[in-house]
Design a protein around this ligand. Structure first.
Ligand SMILES: [Zn+2]
Ligand SMILES: [Zn+2]
Length: 355
């Protein structure tokens, strides 16, 4: 296969709600790197927050990290097997972890490779030199050494596979952080992409899921994704008070946290996932946490084993739940602005971009 000399890309340079189309020289992969042709990308909430100016990141940048691609070239030492032991070579369809970790820094050594101080974070890098093509809003993406790459089953629909390396893998990490949930009564606060995925993931892990969500359409969706019940947050708080073994908070709101705290039983666990942009401080009774023996944990991004769990969950169970309906519209790279504008509609769970 002959590769072009440049890759079409869409660059965000810090001016809110603007994108700049450009052509970036296509790098040839060196040792440990794969070059991937981007097949599709779904717009994650954090992409939109950056584009709208609510979240600061390195600029200029090629946004987009929820993506899948086909391998078109590999550097020396790349061929062999992926993290699941499957053969990996040019032509394979793949997903990959959002952070390529060094494996040696304190964060890596402590089991938080997603916080690697020397890592490459896809869709979050300054678009210069060999990191110019590391986002999904481009025709090609260069995978850095240390990236956990996972070969996908060809039968997995693009729409279902795209969110695997952000939404689904983060949910896998949150469920891991809950501990054993088989037979547990689990609360999920918020029924967007993460919450709906968590409903299905937790249900297939044996939990009984009870959702809090203000939007009626999202509550109906939560039931289709396996929740046994879904309530408005006010009713939810009174209905489940003191009874939940664990809660996964994905609404990212202070109200969501404050509603979830009294919902936990003695010894219960709360996993905070949704709060990824600045908010006001929350008044909390420390005595209440101590006397009720609660555990409260934050989770940001995920580990490579969570990505593998996510892919295996989607491959095994996606047919049981309407995952394919969650991406409501696809846009070409030339209309990325249209995609991000559509993604801001609260009725929308995900929109996608296909280069
Ligand atoms: Zn994301
Ligand atoms: Zn590291």
């Amino acid at each position: 296969m002959t590769l072009p000399e440049t890759s079409r890309a869409v660059v965000f340079d810090g001016v809110p709600r603007t994108f700049e189309p450009c052509d970036i020289p296509l790098p040839l992969p060196v040792e440990g790197e794969w070059l991937v042709r981007v097949v599709a990308m779904t717009v994650c909430g954090s992409d939109r927050h950056t584009w709208e100016g609510r979240r600061q990141g390195p600029i200029p940048t090629v946004l987009g990290h929820e993506m899948i691609g086909d391998i078109v070239a590999g550097g020396a030492g790349c061929a062999g097997h992926d993290r699941r032991g499957r053969p990996i070579e040019v032509g394979c369809r793949v997903t990959w972890a959002i952070v390529a970790a060094c494996g040696r820094c304190p964060a890596c050594m402590n089991g938080y490779p997603q916080k690697c101080t020397g890592g490459v974070k896809y869709g979050h890098e300054r678009a210069v030199g060999r990191r110019a093509l590391t986002g999904g809003l481009a025709e090609y993406c260069l995978l850095a050494p240390g990236t956990c790459v996972v070969v996908l089953d060809e039968a997995l629909p693009i729409t279902v596979a795209c969110p695997a390396n952000c939404a689904t893998a983060t949910v896998a990490g949150a469920i891991r952080a809950c501990g054993e949930i088989d037979g547990a009564k689990l609360g999920i606060v918020g029924a967007g992409m993460l919450g709906l995925t968590a409903c299905a993931f937790a249900t297939t892990s044996g939990a009984r899921v009870i959702v809090a969500e203000p939007d009626a359409a999202r509550r109906r969706r939560a039931l289709a994704f396996g929740a046994v019940a879904a309530f408005h947050p006010d009713q939810w708080a009174s209905g489940v008070a003191g009874s939940l073994d664990a809660v996964i908070e994905v609404s990212g709101t202070n109200a969501g946290f404050l509603a979830a705290l009294p919902a936990l039983r003695v010894g219960g666990t709360m996993i905070l996932v949704g709060s990824v942009s600045p908010s006001h401080d929350v008044p909390v009774s420390l005595e209440g946490i101590v006397r009720r023996c609660l555990s409260i944990r934050g989770l940001h991004n995920y580990r490579p084993d969570d990505l593998i769990a996510a892919v295996e969950f989607l491959e095994r169970h996606h047919g049981r739940y309407p995952f394919a309906e969650l991406v409501s519209e696809w846009f070409p790279l030339s209309d990325t602005t249209g995609a991000f504008t559509a993604a801001a509609d609260s009725a929308c769970i995900r929109v996608g971009v296909r280069p």
